[in-house]
Design a protein around this ligand. Structure first.
Ligand code: GLU
Length: 434
């Protein structure tokens, strides 16, 4: 040391950890302290990675070379084929970009694209913070409970027409089945959104990471109706149960290859390429086949039953919530009991979730984390705190021609039901004591 004063000011941006990861770590810390916590904060697939995909990873563990920045050619082909097969999109391998999770690809997209980002809310927790980190202008379009938290083409059109500069570059992020609401769009709704986007030259980022987890199947991509302006996002994290493997995909039409190339340039300067063994293992996952399809049918059947039963318990308690179309979330609204909650000192979604956690041990995320107005009494819960391997094995014993009975949940998802009962009882106490 030369005795010179060294300044250690904290010269960093004022950012906080992402809400989903923060609630997960806080829940784990509370558990370590010996508290009972129902972890409905982080949305992670409860199901194990399909055996054929795990075997492919084992088989390719020795792959050690850097792969091409845009991704392993066989994987890019398998992803293009996946979208051709599942979504009836004319995708080609050279339009596919592989990234370390679709989250990173979204960040890269927002980084390279100079334009306004349109976010219908409630929306996933990281779209907004990513734009803020980069310094992009975000415009939020708040949807309502009555609209099923979906943006209609009329709503989109009225925003676009209101603006002076109607044709300035814009990117609209759609997510369906949706995180945090579990809601999807009908084919007609997607068709109308596509028409409006085409008319105003809005690029769509269609986040379809939960597409294969639409509870009754039959997921449609908006890319079918607006192929030239739609980027489709997918990955292994949700439908393949491999969030921790970090593999996401973006699929571009030819007309948007300039965006793909710009993103790949940044990728080459940052993460280089996704882990080689993971990319090799992802090939059979995207190629699909009977093992994957059977796995998906069981996963969807279990999630359908769980989501509906959870929604029913909460509705019964007077909470506003829609029965879900897909994914594994419910977006719940405590507005009907605002006065009673106010009497208990709860005025916004952060206070709501904090009190719920302290009083009941149920960890969920405030609506404010999903870009909702701060004083709204909304929240997201992820109904996947059950042993997915066990539930999947039990479901495999029951013919796929049948629906599962409610008793399946009593045996295989008791903690999820218990968490719902705790929320319901907490609401009941609030209303009775008011
Ligand atoms: N998509 C998950 C969620 O919304 C978690 C993954 C993440 O945030 O990185 O809970």
């Amino acid at each position: 040391m030369n005795g010179k004063h060294v300044s250690l000011n904290m010269n960093v941006r004022g950012l906080k950890p992402s809400a989903t990861l923060a609630i997960n770590e806080r829940s784990n810390a509370l558990r370590r302290e010996g508290k009972t916590v129902y972890k409905l904060g982080l949305g992670q697939s409860p199901f194990p990675v399909p055996e054929c995909v795990v075997n492919a990873l084992r088989h390719h563990a020795h792959e050690k070379d850097y792969l091409p920045v845009k991704g392993l050619p066989e994987l890019r082909e398998a992803v293009a084929d996946f979208h051709r097969r599942k979504d009836h999109i004319n995708a080609s391998a050279d339009g596919v970009l592989i990234g370390p999770g679709s989250k990173e690809l979204m960040f890269l997209l927002q980084l390279v694209y100079y334009g306004e980002i349109l976010l219908p809310t409630p929306c996933w927790v990281s779209y907004g913070p990513q734009a803020k980190i980069i310094g992009r202008n975000v415009h939020l379009i708040h949807t309502t409970y009555e609209e099923r938290w979906r943006i209609s083409s009329a709503r989109l059109r009225s925003y676009l027409e209101k603006e002076n500069d109607t044709f300035r570059p814009r990117l609209l992020i759609l997510n369906y089945p949706g995180n945090p609401d579990g809601e999807s769009y009908t084919m007609e709704e997607l068709q109308e959104l596509a028409e409006t986007a085409r008319e105003y030259e809005v690029i769509l980022l269609s986040d379809e990471i939960y597409g294969q987890l639409k509870h009754r199947g039959g997921h449609f991509s908006v890319g079918r109706f607006y192929p030239e302006g739609t980027i489709i996002s997918s990955g292994l994290s949700k439908w393949c149960g491999a969030g921790g493997w970090r593999l996401g995909t973006f699929t571009f039409p030819k007309s948007l290859f300039w965006l793909l190339d710009a993103m790949a340039a940044v990728a080459s300067e940052t993460f280089t390429s996704v882990s080689a063994p993971i990319q090799y293992a992802a090939v059979p996952a995207f190629r699909g086949g009977p093992e994957i399809e059977t796995y998906l049918s069981h996963a969807r059947r279990i999630l359908r039953l769980t989501g509906n039963r959870c929604a029913d318990i909460l509705k019964e308690a007077g909470i506003r919530v829609h029965s879900p179309d897909g994914a594994f979330y419910l977006f719940i609204d405590f507005e009907p009991m605002r006065d009673q909650l106010k009497a208990r000192g709860i005025h916004d979604s952060r206070e709501l979730c904090e009190r719920l956690l302290l009083d009941t041990g149920v960890a969920i995320l405030p609506g404010a984390d999903f870009e909702r107005p701060a004083d709204e009494l909304s929240a997201r819960l992820a109904y996947v705190n059950f042993d997915g391997a066990e539930a999947l094995a039990a479901s495999r014993e029951i013919s796929l021609d049948q629906d599962l009975l409610d008793s399946f949940l009593d045996v295989h998802c008791p903690d999820t039901l218990e968490a719902m009962e705790r929320i319901a009882a907490w609401v009941k106490r609030s209303t009775e004591n008011a």
